[in-house]
Design a protein around this ligand. Structure first.
Ligand SMILES: NC(=O)c1ccc[n+]([C@@H]2O[C@H](COP(=O)([O-])OP(=O)(O)OC[C@H]3O[C@@H](n4cnc5c(N)ncnc54)[C@H](OP(=O)(O)O)[C@@H]3O)[C@@H](O)[C@H]2O)c1
Length: 336
């Protein structure tokens, strides 16, 4: 377990160890885990330029007001977009590319629990929001992340540690039994980060599980009835079982900046230096500091059992297969 005091200590050195003017892109930061992290991250960095993406202008306005309070030296841009549509992801990333030549951090929390509907582009909605949009953000912005000085990182907050069965030829999960959907989504997320990392060894890639955090994830807008019932129970129990937004923001700022999760090709993009008694995290290959991480809510790696499973998928060619099928599905929608 990475102790909260170690997280806070490392975060207190962000301003002195990372260069001023870091550029960060947060997708899904108008609420929940993304919002908590965005506000905490902004409070730690010097003169950041931050872009955050979501649909709700009202919530974005509140976030902007808070950002200007926690760090008035930063520049903040809200980009309104429904990222369930990949053409909107392309539009948003083009807007960012028009303004920036480098991106230090891509932090992804866009997610939904609405299953069983399709986007007008023909993708399963949950997969479009939580998987394809994330991959498209990564591939569109990777050239800018690869060249960024000081920090080069992608964090995808989702369901790390739940890796298990995966259906590489049905990435949208149309035929995946409900009880296997989480394992399927977790595995393709982790393996897609491994594929992206092969093209960018100077960037570190983290898929993490945030723990239980009381958020707006279930909004009563089309989720299954039992999820809505679970949500009511979850909210009642949340003071006892959930991580506070403050701790969540600090822990995710640590994930976003600590050299514990360094890229395979170590260098000036590693992040905030570890103290001598601290150790780098095990990557999904089982080696320390190898650039792709599946991380639990306590900040530690998933460990040998899942590493073993992922090694089997790797040797069976699943990384290439999932990546090729992902690109083919995206190409079918976007034409590129
Ligand atoms: N909370 C937990 O306990 C927990 C546990 C495990 C995993 N997770 C995962 O963590 C991630 C973040 O969840 P959260 O709990 O922070 O949920 P949340 O509060 O609902 O945040 C999700 C964010 O995604 C954005 N979003 C959703 N659909 C979008 C769309 N079509 N286009 C653009 N933005 C969209 C939302 O913004 P707008 O509403 O402005 O569009 C919001 O900012 C999710 O992937 C979730 O599965 C959460």
């Amino acid at each position: 377990m990475v102790r909260l005091e170690d997280v806070l200590e490392s975060n207190s050195r962000i301003a002195s160890e990372l260069p001023p003017g870091l550029v960060a892109v947060f997708v899904g930061a108008t609420s929940g885990i993304g919002r908590a992290t965005l506000l905490r991250f902004a409070s730690h960095v010097t003169k950041p330029r931050i872009y955050f993406v979501g649909r709700s202008e009202v919530k974005a306005g509140q976030v902007l007001a808070e950002l200007n309070k926690v760090n008035p030296s930063g520049t903040y841009h809200f980009l309104k977009a429904d990222v369930g549509l990949l053409r909107n992801v392309d539009k948003v990333t083009e807007e960012i590319k028009a303004k920036e030549s480098r991106v230090n951090l891509l932090f992804l929390t866009n997610g939904t629990l609405i299953f069983g509907t399709k986007t007008e582009e023909g993708l399963h909605y949950a997969a479009a929001v939580s998987y394809y949009a994330r991959v498209r953000f990564i591939t569109n912005l990777l050239p800018l992340i690869k060249d960024a000085p000081g920090l080069r990182r992608v964090v995808s907050v989702f369901v790390a540690g739940k890796e298990g069965v995966v259906f590489p030829d049905d990435l949208q999960g149309n035929t995946v039994p409900f009880r296997q959907q989480i394992a399927h989504a977790a595995t393709m997320t982790t393996l897609s980060l491994e594929a992206a990392a092969r093209e960018a060894p100077q960037v570190s890639f983290i898929h993490n599980f945030p723990g239980r955090v009381s958020t707006d994830l279930i909004r009563g807008e089309g989720e299954a009835w039992f999820l809505r019932v679970m949500n009511v129970l979850f909210r009642i129990a949340s003071p006892l079982i959930c991580m506070s937004h403050e701790e969540c923001g600090q822990r995710h700022s640590f994930l976003a900046t600590s050299a514990m999760y360094s890229p395979a090709q170590s260098g000036d993009g590693d992040g905030v230096v570890l103290r001598s008694e601290q150790e780098k995290a095990r990557s999904i290959t089982g080696s320390v500091g190898a650039g792709v991480y599946s991380i639990l809510s306590d900040g530690q790696s998933v460990g040998p059992e899942i590493e073993h499973l992922l090694a089997k998928f790797r040797s069976d060619g699943y990384v290439e297969r999932i990546w090729a099928n992902t690109k083919a599905d995206i190409k079918q929608v976007t034409g590129s």
